[in-house]
Design a binder for this molecule. Structure first.
Ligand SMILES: [Fe+2]
Length: 495
């Protein structure tokens, strides 16, 4: 293992031994080093020769103390990459050089208020007012999601912000995206969607100003080819979207900011007495083409897929039984109540929208609490059979296992990680030359606190119960993180 330390960010956080924050210690201990390893050491198993491409994972990785209260969604974006090429695996990790990260490196401290802090500058004159996103006045950390589109890795932020483009091989930040010098004024949300069949990228952005939601399409050459308002009655908080062969599906759930408090500058969530609403829109459709469907009230962080079935549009995702959880925890954990799968009670669910009648049919398709479900990207927008999801450590934003849901038969296959070992959202890597949906590998990064190591695990998607077919050692224990993606080698320029 030829290890090169390629960078080190200025860090003002205390050492882990002097820190007691639950999401800056243990499996969430951030790092400030950037590494390049040309060939990762194999700890166990063998690297398959039909694995070719790039796994990328974004991470909330803070380097400074917050102004007052740190929430893990405030951490600076750090992307980890493992490339599988010619029978070997290489690794890099780099911070996303956002404008906010650069300014705080220069200042040597946090300049913006985080999600759990009041963004009211009048209360805290030291806080910069020039933040980004739906909530305004926040640092755009670009730490939530990552996809590969038009030859670049593209990171994004859950409260909307810029789309940062990174070189997918070096992870150097190229810069914030614009299309012919233009970018949506309200920013773009995390969970842009790439359709590998067409090379298109679908995106949405939401904010405090009417019409409150926009949807757009970027083509395979990174040209904006469609952008339309999706008018809502007020500000809502969509987190994800879905696409089929013909349509995109946006949403307006009844959990959103309390307007009375919002008028006073406070961003407090409330569950409103109204249904969930889904907008089904032809991919290049405008305002007049939007079909709205109503469904049981809930909140959904993530959808797995959507597809057409005759006159119906079918959507699958993780329904929250308890969108506003009230766990019996002390003050120190209360601000993290929206993070644990067992508190939100997230269950795989299917909605069917009948385009002829306007009716919605819906059903739970699992009782177990799972989330962060990923499908083989080659079936995106078409009927899928397998969802590879995560199980959560009770009470924590930590993944302690992988479950493959066969949504055709109802069978589940589980891999439980050893105690104290956590994994990340999987990337589904179709086998080179594979034809079946489960001719694929699952790639994930682990954080093993007890042994103070991290590894990259490769699982066979068809038999996750068998455990990893290959385990590779990373140069340093990495922090737990959020979203990940897989890009086949041919999608990477210069591969
Ligand atoms: Fe997400």
């Amino acid at each position: 293992m030829d290890i090169e330390l390629v960078g080190r960010a200025l860090r003002t956080l205390p050492d882990e031994a002097d820190d007691d924050h639950p999401y800056r210690t243990g499996p969430w201990r951030p790092q400030h080093e950037e590494w390049h390893v040309d060939t990762l050491d194999l700890v166990a198993g063998e690297l398959p020769d039909d694995l070719d491409g790039l796994y990328l994972r974004n991470t909330e990785n803070p380097v400074h103390l917050p102004i007052k209260a740190y929430h893990p969604f405030d951490g600076d974006g750090m992307v980890h990459a493992v490339g599988f090429q010619d029978g070997r695996a290489w690794y890099r990790n780099r911070f996303v050089r956002t404008a906010g990260f650069a300014a705080e490196q220069e200042a040597g401290r946090s300049l913006w208020a985080g999600i759990a802090e009041s963004p009211n500058v009048a209360e805290r004159p030291a806080v910069r007012p020039d933040g980004w996103g739906a909530r305004g006045r926040m640092k755009d950390a670009s730490s939530t999601d990552v996809v590969v589109h038009a030859g670049h890795a593209v990171t994004s932020f859950w409260q909307c912000g810029d789309l940062y483009r990174l070189d997918p091989l070096t992870l150097d930040t190229v810069g914030a995206t614009s299309w012919d010098g233009w970018f949506p004024p309200a920013g773009v949300s995390a969970h842009t969607k790439v359709d590998e069949a067409t090379g298109e990228l679908f995106f949405f952005g939401y904010g405090l100003e009417a019409p409150y939601l926009h949807y757009g399409v970027v083509d395979a050459e990174n040209r904006l080819v469609h952008h339309t308002p999706v008018p809502l009655p007020g500000p809502r908080l969509p987190h994800d979207m879905a696409f089929t062969a013909e349509h995109v599906i946006l949403n307006a759930f009844p959990m959103y900011w309390d307007q009375r408090l919002l008028d006073k500058g406070h961003f407090a969530l409330a569950m409103h007495d109204e249904p969930s609403r889904f907008a089904v829109i032809p991919k290049r459709g405008g305002v007049d083409d939007i079909r709205w469907f109503e469904a049981d009230p809930t909140y959904v962080l993530h959808f797995t897929n959507a597809y057409e079935d005759g006159d119906e549009v079918v959507l699958e995702g993780f329904y929250q039984e308890s969108p506003m959880p009230t766990p019996d925890v002390g003050d120190d954990m209360w601000m993290f109540r929206y993070l644990a799968l067992d508190w939100m009670r997230t269950r795989l669910h299917r909605w069917r929208f009948d385009l002829r009648t306007g009716a919605t049919y819906e059903e739970h398709i699992r009782d177990e609490y799972t989330e962060f479900g990923i499908i083989n990207p080659t079936v995106a927008g078409r009927r899928h059979r397998y969802v590879h999801a995560a199980t959560g450590k009770p009470g924590w934003f930590l993944f302690d296992g992988v479950v493959t849901h066969d949504v055709e038969t109802g069978a589940d296959a589980r891999l439980r990680l050893p105690e104290g070992v956590y994994c990340s959202e999987v990337g589904v890597a179709p086998k080179v030359g594979g034809t079946a949906e489960d001719d694929a590998y699952l790639v994930t990064l682990t954080t093993d606190v007890a042994n103070d190591v991290s590894e990259c695990w490769v699982l066979d998607a068809a038999v996750v119960t068998a455990g990893p077919v290959a385990r590779l050692r990373l140069p340093q224990r990495i922090s737990s993180g959020t979203h990940a993606t897989w890009a086949p080698g041919p999608a990477i320029p210069g591969w």
